[in-house]
Design a protein around this ligand. Structure first.
Ligand code: FES
Length: 166
């Protein structure tokens, strides 16, 4: 007589364990989904949302340059470009250099090796971190490969302190 309830309890226990076993992965999946939503929340800053080129001290978005110049067409002010250095404008895909005081040059920021946007300007070269190519700030020529072709010159106009493309 006492043997009959025990099998029933045993079956219920097994059924309960099975239910918990099925339910746990579902709960785990739900919590994973919630975590993803938090990570993509537009109000939450994400370290991966930073553009690659903006990690460089020289890289600047053109919007801030427009704000600093106060002109809608100006890409930068002459004071934004370090003498003997340069500034990369990733959104416009150009780099402006100042090889000597008052001499401004502009080149394509698209590396001629495999098309990365150049990442920094230092020691009088424009550098691409993808594979290590370096180009002269004077004429865009290759200083260090693997690139074999120079950065293309781009026309700019310097009007007072404002630098504009074209
Ligand atoms: Fe620039 Fe390769 S894409 S070095």
């Amino acid at each position: 007589m006492t043997d009959r309830p025990q099998p029933r309890l045993h079956r219920r226990t097994i059924a309960g364990i099975a239910t918990i076993g099925v339910g746990l992965p579902v709960l785990a999946a739900c919590s994973g989904s919630d975590g993803s939503e938090l990570a993509t929340d537009p109000d939450t800053p994400s370290p991966s949302s930073t553009p690659t080129a903006s990690g460089s001290a020289e890289a600047r978005p053109s919007e801030s340059a427009d704000e600093s110049t106060g002109g809608a067409d100006a890409l930068a002010q002459t004071s934004d470009i370090e003498v003997g250095g340069g500034t990369i404008f990733p959104e416009d895909q150009v780099v402006i250099t100042q090889p000597s005081d008052g001499e401004f040059k502009c080149f394509s920021a698209v590396c001629t090796h495999q098309g990365c946007i150049v990442s920094s300007v230092s020691d009088r070269t424009i550098n691409c971190e993808c594979h290590g190519s370096a180009f002269s700030i004077v004429d865009g020529s290759v200083v260090t490969g693997p690139a074999t072709a120079p950065l293309g010159a781009q026309p700019i106009t310097v009007d007072g302190a404002a630098i504009t493309l074209g």
